[in-house]
Ligand binder design. Structure first.
Ligand code: NIG
Ligand code: FE
Length: 413
């Protein structure tokens, strides 16, 4: 098996018990200032100070990191990776308050329904090529693990197709050394004209697990699923052995975060309008609070209550929410920058939220998200000795390479 020795790194290990960090523990990054790390095959074998490398590793192929930051690769635990194109004209019209440039033949041809039509009309090859391109790009910003939702199918047939495409993408990604993909079945919005909101989902949920989905997610909001429908779907998914996630409190407060936390959801996501009364309940629950700063950036405030959640002891994660309507950005460093500049996080808290806590939001904190012996060798290297430079330079990409399961992928210069 191939062995590699990294030396003289500014090493942020995030090491710990293989679980989410909460509250003040989010500020601890496990820094080893002249750090070294041994990788054996796809796993981390040893971590410590360069001065203390055990003799047995002396004759190993070495990379001198020259003081650069090495950290766990980012875990982007909430994306809608599989779509045609961002709805650029809708985004531009929202920002400029000018009319959209594309005339709409039909008033339903906008928003999620429009992306669903485009999804239906696109070939498998086109959807896969676009998603592949996004995987290359997001890995280039330091992401090594990514969650990917269905949700632009909206019919059983198209949702199954989305699951099948995600299965293919994830096998290809593994073979090509691209980020690891964790598929989620998402109940996004009921088909227009569907009276019973949960009609048709049960068979799909049953099938999803056999097709490689690990999670079930439901968008609970006005115009999407009601609290009661969402609860029924989540219970059905739980019985089918899927882990639960929820799009909660994004546009209106609904009580979805509290409900999902009570069901033991692995994460509750968005939370821009989390009712003040539910904040403590969510913070004390086992669910990771996954916040998506790109959404408030592209659609306008409120920002999610990140500071309040951490101060109340929550395990907060940050993710991109990459999607065609509310966040076309796939850059985790940009999300960290927004979280610090707009949501009152410290750079250390943001880094924790984007690594070990993102892994916890995928039930993967024992496997990735920190640098310690036995874990997968998923690393990112940045062209700086101070991680705050990564956070506060959102328009520069400082990531020089990532290591994906022990394989180094250099950035194209
Ligand atoms: O997470 N909130 C629901 N879904 C997406 C937006 C999807 C879209 O606009 O296409 C989100 O923000
Ligand atoms: Fe989303």
């Amino acid at each position: 098996m191939s062995r590699l020795l990294l030396t003289h790194a500014t090493l942020f290990t995030l090491s710990g018990a293989g679980q989410a960090r909460r509250g003040t523990a989010m500020r601890e990054l496990g820094l080893i200032s002249d750090g070294a790390l041994v990788v054996e095959g796809s796993r981390i074998e040893w971590v410590g100070q360069t001065a203390h490398i055990p003799r047995e590793y002396f004759n190993t192929q070495e990379i001198d990191c020259k003081g650069r930051v090495i950290s766990p690769g980012f875990v982007d635990s909430h994306t809608h990776l599989l779509f045609t194109e961002p709805r650029w004209d809708e985004i531009a019209a929202r920002h400029s308050s000018l009319p959209e440039s594309t005339p709409r033949p039909h008033s339903l041809d906008r928003g999620i329904q429009r992306s669903a039509r485009e999804f239906r009309e696109a070939s498998d090859g086109e959807l896969l090529a676009k998603a592949r391109r996004r995987l290359v790009d997001l890995q280039g910003f330091g992401t090594t693990t990514v969650e990917a939702k269905t949700g632009y199918g909206l019919t059983n047939e198209q949702e199954l197709r989305a699951l099948e495409l995600l299965r293919r993408l994830s096998a290809e990604s593994l073979a090509a050394g691209l980020p690891e993909i964790h598929p989620t079945l998402l109940a996004h919005v009921p088909m227009s004209g569907t009276a019973e909101q949960t009609f048709g989902w049960a068979p799909l949920i049953q099938q999803a697990k056999t097709m490689g989905a690990r999670f079930f997610d439901v968008y609970c909001d006005h115009g999407a699923y009601t609290l009661e429908s969402a609860r029924r779907l989540l219970q059905c998914a739980q019985a089918a052995g899927l882990m639960l996630k929820v799009h909660a409190e994004q546009l209106h407060p609904t009580g979805a975060a509290r409900m999902a936390a009570a069901l033991g959801a692995v994460s509750v996501d968005h939370l821009e309008r989390l009712p003040a009364d539910d904040l403590g309940t969510v913070a004390r629950s086992a669910s990771v609070a996954t916040l998506l700063p790109g959404c408030a950036y592209f659609t306008g405030p409120p920002w999610p209550p990140a500071r309040e959640l951490i101060d109340a002891g929550a395990a907060v994660a940050l993710a991109t929410d990459l999607n065609p309507g509310t966040c076309p950005s796939l850059s985790m460093p940009f999300m960290l920058s927004l979280a610090c500049a707009q949501m009152k996080l410290t750079p250390a808290e943001a880094w924790t939220a984007a690594t070990i806590n993102g892994a916890a939001a995928l039930g993967m904190a024992q496997e990735t998200g920190s640098l310690q012996p036995g874990k997968r060798a998923d690393l990112a290297c940045f062209e700086t000795c101070d991680l705050r430079e990564v956070v506060y330079s959102p328009a520069s990409n400082l990531c020089v390479w990532v290591m994906q399961s022990g394989r180094i992928r250099e950035q194209a210069q």
